[in-house]
Every structure is written in C-alpha cells, then in structure tokens.
Design a protein around this ligand. Structure first.
Ligand code: ACO
Ligand code: AKG
Length: 391
C-alpha cells in the first residue's frame, strides 16, 4: 500500500507529529538520570529542532521531577509539554502542579498486565480510566490515553478503551508496543483495525528489542497513525524506542513526508542527549553516527569519485553533513591516487601499488584508519629509497 493511503483508500495530506519522549521514556533507560538543567537544555534543543510535542517526565516521581517539568513549561517553548501519569488522581494533581496543559494517562491494556499489575479485570480498568480521564478533563487538561502493552491486548478491548477514552474527553490513544512483539505487518494491521474504528488521534509507541522500532513506526503511520513516539538516539527502556533521527529522516527520504524537524539539527541534538545520558553514539548509528557518511572500500571510493550517485542514496547535505573518504585496509589505487593528488604528491602507477601495500600492512598492525600524515611518510620513505645514492 502506498504511503499516506488509508485502509479506505483515501489519500492523506496530514503532517506526522513526532512526540519526543526522551525526557520520559528515554530517561527510563537503565542508569540514565538527567539534571533539571539537562532536561531544560534538551527540551530547548528539541523545540529549536522543530519538535512540537515533548513528553517531559513523570510528575508522580516527586518534587524534583515536577520542578524540572515546570522549568520546561516556563521556558515557553514552541512545543506542547506533556506529562506521563498513571490512572491516579495524585498523578494528575502532580501534573497540574508541574504546569503542563496535556497529560498522557496510561492504562495497562493487555489482560496479563491488568491482572498482574493492577490486580483487577477489564471492567474495573475501564471504569478507572473513565474516572481519571474525566478528572483531568474537568481540570482543563488535554488528555492522551496511553494503552500500555496494546500489542498484546485483545483488539476488541482496545476499541472499548478508545471509545471510553473518547467519551470521557480524550483526544488521543497511544498504541504502545511495550515489549516489541510486533513486526511491521502486525503493526500495520493493529493500527489499521483501530483507525477503522475511531477518529481519535492515534500515536504509535514502538520499542526496539528486535531492532524493528523504526520499521514498525513507519508501518503504523502508513496504517493511519497521526503521531509517533520517538526518542533521541533511541534512548529508552531496555533496547530503547524508535529513534527520532531515524523516523524523521526515513519519513522524508522514503515518503517525502515532512515532520517539521530541522534535519541538520539532529546531530547536535544527539550529541547533547548522549552527553547528558553518558552514552556513546555508535560510529555506525544510522543518521547521526560519525561514520555513516565515511567511505573506505576501494570500489566504493572509486565509484563515488566517478559519480556520487553510484554509492549514495541519502544525501549528507540533507543533514548538514558531508562525505568523507578514509584510507585503510580496504582502499584501492583510486583512493590512494586521489589522496596523493590532493596532497600534490606525484607517484607512478607502480609506486601507488607499493604505497597501497604499505597502507594495508599499517592498517592491520594498528587496527584503524591510516592517516594522511602516515600516507605522506610512506610516500617520503619510498621517494628517499628510490633516489640515487648521494643525491
Ligand atoms: C512501560 C512504561 O514505560 S510505564 C512507565 C514507567 N515509568 C516509571 O516507572 C517512572 C519512574 N517510576 C517511579 O518513580 C515510581 O515507580 C512511581 C513514583 C511512579 C511510583 O512509585 P511507588 O508508589 O513506589 O510504586 P511502585 O513503583 O513500587 O509500583 C508501581 C505502582 O503503580 C501502579 N500502577 C502501574 N501502572 C499503573 C497505571 N497505569 N495506573 C494506575 N496504577 C498503576 C502499580 O500497580 C503499583 O501500585 P501498588 O503499589 O498499589 O501495587
Ligand atoms: O502507556 C503509555 O503511555 C506507554 C508507556 C510506555 O512507555 C510503553 O508502554 O512502552
């Protein structure tokens, strides 16, 4: 099915809204603990990067968290600040204290979670949800209902929850694949079934235990989700959430869909969050990894030098970045010749082959790229050796 086409076949022109939950689900990653100042800086860079919804934290955690969320609200960013709540009046009261205008009220939706966590049944969970949504609406809050563990729930019960949420005044239902049990086909089918039964906003919240969070999120959007939960560099519970940078760029690159995210800001946002989370961004991390536009293999470098399109689908300029060539074990003659010519060093074809052999040996011995200085040293030594004695 083509992107942007609903199950009923109607073309959609809507913009996909990304709800960034780095400050809530992201911070639930083991060992991650942001200070209030870090939370505020992250919220600021997210808003400057065009994110219009920020799930900023869990007010039920107490005074510090409420103050941090309040500081973000008081920064008057161009974004809706959302607080995460359980179905408890005290959680909603704490959210009100934090100053947010919108809450996400979470309801365990699978039979297993309803029974195990809350010790009640479906009917009681439904009643509790209605009461709390009404309580929040009466206090002027916008309400999204978070269907925790939606992907293991009975779809008919999800529809009952959504109907109850809507009747109580909620504007959105979040379909959470809490434990990553969906693949893209199943994510599409689930969201399509819900889409066919409600006109509420639908947010998809994917986790990455199987490395499918981004794919599942795209499938959910194809099926009619209007919103997607994301976190910077995929920070979040266990293997994390759908990464903001992957979802925003994939939507643009694959489907030409704009999320309002300023793509060249993503690298800075990722660096800030990684530093505050004390996490390292893997060199090969999609979109924001240092090496994702770096090329070493001889055949690739040769192809890129002849025509960039031969080995480039995602234009680094879209992200304010550029291609980089490095010399290493997999370099070929074209890369060596190009580098030496850039350095204005002349070599014969035979000398290039000798330099390449030395480069390979050096790369294996030092397990890494071979820097320009090293290539120049190899070149110099070769020249000295070929000079006639006494010259
Ligand atoms: C999938 C997700 O990401 S869910 C969000 C997870 N986020 C967090 O846990 C945020 C950090 N958590 C915390 O700081 C604490 O757990 C708090 C402040 C929220 C609660 O702390 P405590 O009162 O000590 O409760 P504790 O964490 O031990 O247990 C959770 C309680 O919430 C209840 N609960 C869980 N989900 C819900 C819900 N959606 N609605 C109502 N109650 C819920 C549990 O039944 C349990 O209640 P019980 O103590 O009566 O059995
Ligand atoms: O209930 C929600 O809002 C979703 C909670 C969550 O983070 C999840 O289920 O993974």
């Amino acid at each position: 099915m083509a992107f942007g086409v609903t199950v009923s076949g109607k073309l959609q022109t809507r913009q996909i809204v990304l709800n960034d939950t780095t400050l809530r689900d992201g911070e639930q990653a083991p060992g991650v603990a942001f200070t209030t100042a870090e939370k505020l800086s992250i919220a600021r860079v997210l808003a400057s990067a065009g994110i219009t919804e920020i799930e900023a934290g869990t007010p039920a955690m107490g005074y510090e968290e409420v103050s941090a969320i309040r500081a973000i609200v008081e920064a008057s960013l161009e974004a809706t600040i959302i607080a995460w709540c359980r179905m408890k009046r005290s959680d909603v009261d704490a959210a009100i204290e934090s100053g947010v205008a919108m809450v996400n009220i979470s309801v365990p939706s699978s039979d297993l979670q309803i029974a195990a966590k809350l010790g009640i049944g479906r009917v009681a969970a439904l009643e509790q949800l209605k009461r709390i949504v009404g309580y929040a609406r009466d206090r002027g809050l916008d309400v999204a209902v978070g269907g925790e563990d939606s992907s293991r729930a009975d779809v008919n019960f999800l529809i009952e929850l959504i109907t109850a949420a809507k009747n109580a005044g909620a504007r959105r239902f979040r379909v959470a694949d809490t434990l990553s049990v969906l693949d893209p086909d199943a994510a599409f089918a689930l969201v399509a079934a819900l889409r066919a039964n409600t006109d509420l906003e639908i947010e998809f919240h994917g986790h990455d235990d199987l490395g499918l969070a981004t794919a599942n999120t795209l499938a959910a959007i194809k099926a009619g989700a209007t919103h997607a939960s994301v976190t910077v560099i995929g920070l979040g519970e266990r293997a994390g959430n759908a990464p903001l940078e992957e979802v925003a760029v994939a939507l643009k690159q694959l489907y030409g869909r704009d999320t309002g995210v300023v793509l060249p800001e993503l690298e800075n946002v990722a660096a800030l969050v990684a530093a505050a989370a004390v996490r390292t961004i893997p060199l090969n991390k999609a979109i924001v990894g240092e090496h994702v536009f770096t090329h070493e293999s001889g055949i690739h470098v040769d192809g890129l030098l002849k025509d960039q399109r031969s080995y480039q689908a995602l234009d680094p300029q879209l992200l304010g970045r550029s291609n980089r060539f490095v010399i290493g074990k997999h370099s070929g003659i074209a890369a060596i010749t190009a580098l030496l010519s850039e350095l204005r060093l002349s070599v014969s074809a035979e000398e290039s082959r000798v330099i390449l052999a030395r480069v390979r040996k050096h790369a294996v011995e030092h397990k890494g790229e071979v820097g320009r200085e090293t290539v120049m040293t190899i070149w110099r030594e070769l020249c000295e050796r070929s000079l006639p004695k006494g010259a």
